[in-house]
Design a protein around this ligand. Sequence first.
Ligand code: IMP
Length: 429
Amino acid sequence: MPNVTVIGAQWGDEGKGKIVDWLSSRADVVVRFQGGHNAGHTLVVGNQTYKLSLLPSGIVRGTLSIIGNGVVFDPWHFRDEVARISAMGVTITPENLAVAEQCPLILPLHRDLDGAREDASGAGKIGTTRRGIGPAYEDKAGRRALRVCDLAHLDDIGPQLDRLLAHHNALRTGFGIAPVDREQLIAELRDVAPSVLPYIQPVWTRLRDAKAQRKRILFEGAQGVLLDVDHGTYPFVTSSNVVAGQAAAGSGMGPNATGYVLGIVKAYTTRVGSGPFPTEQDNDMGERLGQRGREFGTVTGRKRRCGWFDAVLVRQAIAVSGVAGMALTKLDVLDGFETLMICTGYRLDGRELDYLPAHTADQARVEPIYEEFQGWSESTAGARSWAELPAQAIKYIRRIEELTQCPVALVSTSPEREDTILVRDPFVD
Ligand code: IMP
């Protein structure tokens, strides 16, 4: 199957936007399959910078873009993002943008709960984006969510709203928040529905047809494997499965639809929010990485925590997600570092580990085993071929391949789309 699934292989923010944009120019369909508007994908096309949180990156180039059933969907955010990107000159119509009927809706009450819970959680705070992502997924699994298709049936939502509000009002009372104003919620839904209705479709039929016509489908993951609700640093994770296997369930296609799985890997490591981060450099070195890499969140503007490349984590992410090749990003950020450190294993209670243990306390206690690596003083920024890379940078890439047991398919050397070294075209079988 000529499909490609792109996922982040660290804690998100690996630079997926650029790679997805680059691949989407060769794809016929681009599909989001999990997460919501907690994602932040920055696309630089010419002298325009597009910041997307919910819309699939393909939309910027007019490629058919699909929001699959695995996504939690904030209709107000959708309306505003469509308006903002349209105002930048992008044509968005139901012909090139489709939203699955089954997506659970993120409502204002989810945002309230996300914030109230974070504020009340003391040291257990997750550091969420406060956009209601977790509570919306909880309501989906709890079978009390309103869904995108309900926007076409607002006269019939009474019983479902009873179930939803019974749950939320009990929680709100506990958190000292006023109960939900039911009539106001219905009025707000009526107000936003016309902005969403034209895009609602049984998207699985479009994907079925695309498959029959052997069209190239690009699945666009959000966040990163270490934020996966099963495989990540639980509980400091997002509330969806972000691994490649979710592309099938989150879009309505069979398990073989994922095709070539491309893992996006940053040449060092960053994380936003709370939780263990073994190679974190909470010091001048981390500051330097953050400054050079402009490590501030696209969605929340939060400063990202920065650290050395952790081969243990990436190797694990690659294994649990079936990654076939890596796209290595932000190599140029390391230009000029005299010495680079690569984490090759962990030490815990006198034992050496070649994986991240599951328990959060153990994850916080592991001590990285570092390999020291000589840096390079030349610039890699904008390189488009191996010949333009300093020998030491090539050695760094080769060492990452060895340690993660995964080949590099692409190297990205600047935010510009064309500044990419292509080793293997993921769309070519
Ligand atoms: P939530 O997804 O808003 O519930 O946040 C849960 C965790 O995932 C927090 O640590 C967030 O910072 C993190 N997170 C969510 N989306 C992204 C993303 O797109 N990039 C990086 N981190 C993210």
